[in-house]
Design a protein around this ligand. Structure first.
Ligand SMILES: [Zn+2]
Length: 80
C-alpha cells in the first residue's frame, strides 16, 4: 500500500514542487487520465488489485484536496 505513495514522486518533476494553487490531477504525468484509467483496470486484476485500489484512492484524495483548495476537481493544463 505504501508503494502507491511512490506515484507522488512525479510531483517532484514539477517546478515548483509544491504549488497550492495547482491541481495535481491532470497536471503530473502519473496523474493524467490515461494512467488513472490503468489504475482502475488494475483494481480488477487479482495480482494488481491492491496497487490499483491504492492508486485510485490517491487520485481521489488529490482531487478532493484540489476541490477544497481551488474549487476544481482536475486541471486540463498542458504539461510544459
Ligand atoms: Zn498525487
Amino acid at each position: 500500500m505504501m508503494l502507491t505513495m511512490l506515484v507522488d514522486l512525479d510531483h517532484l518533476l514539477a517546478i515548483p514542487v509544491y504549488d497550492a494553487s495547482r491541481c495535481s490531477i491532470g497536471f503530473h504525468p502519473l496523474h493524467q487520465f490515461v494512467p488513472i484509467g490503468l489504475y482502475l483496470l488494475a483494481c480488477f486484476h487479482r495480482k494488481t488489485r491492491y496497487i490499483g485500489i491504492g492508486l485510485v484512492i490517491h487520485m481521489v484524495l488529490d482531487s478532493i484536496d484540489c476541490q477544497i483548495t481551488n474549487g476544481i476537481w482536475f486541471t486540463l493544463e498542458v504539461y510544459a
